[in-house]
Write a protein that binds this ligand. Sequence first.
Ligand code: ADP
Ligand code: MG
Length: 243
Amino acid sequence: MNALQVSDLSFAYGAREALRQVGFALPAGQFAALLGPNGAGKSTLIALLTRLYDVQRGEIRVGGHCLQASPRAALRQLGVVFQQSTLDLDLSVEQNLRYHAALHGLSRRQGGSRIDAELARQGLAERRHERVRNLNGGHRRRVEIARALLHEPRLLLLDEPSVGLDPGSRQALGLHVRQLCSEQGISVLWTTHLLDEVQPGDALLILHQGRLVASGRADAVSQAHGGDLGSAFTRLTTSGVCS
Ligand code: ADP
Ligand code: MG
């Protein structure tokens, strides 16, 4: 069963169309990069997947559960790290996680053991009692990932997680998240506008003016549309899209 299935999804802010008939599937354990220039509709898609906005047209299924018909079951399978960080810099790593464990209905003891497990998985066990303010950008993102995984979802959404990170931290974060997929079977949808965050073996979705203009393995997409990813991306995202 697919971790995520999006079918014929369209969305408009008033008269402004932001997504047009978007459809794709994300199998379990797959890392997928959703690549698109600013304004392509990436955050709108994340907002629909997390039910910040109601679906206007089309369907979203998370772990087989229809988001519109069974929102609780669908959202339970899903963890999200939004584009803007929502950590409290003056709280410790653990304190930032504690509140969310309680929100998910975990007892203090269950919460404690989930926090142990996630911090260990993110390589942050030693930083547990430090204030988030003392962590570098990459490690702050990992705290957010630990928080998003506290309730053990099968699908993790990351909206432009590398913005503001230095190149070394960006690369380390990308490696780390791909490992979560290959070793733990979590599926990841990673949005970005940066070509160098896509690796040849990644599943790639290219969004342009709200429309999915290419999907497939990144190396195959590159080959089909210009040879290298840069030319393919330019070719696919410079033309206008007819509605
Ligand atoms: P991305 O995340 O790829 O940069 P967005 O999903 O934020 O793209 O935006 C897609 C389109 O929708 C853009 O044209 C943007 O201006 C528009 N948009 C986004 N949010 C709103 C909003 N709250 N109201 C009106 N238009 C919006
Ligand atoms: Mg965005």
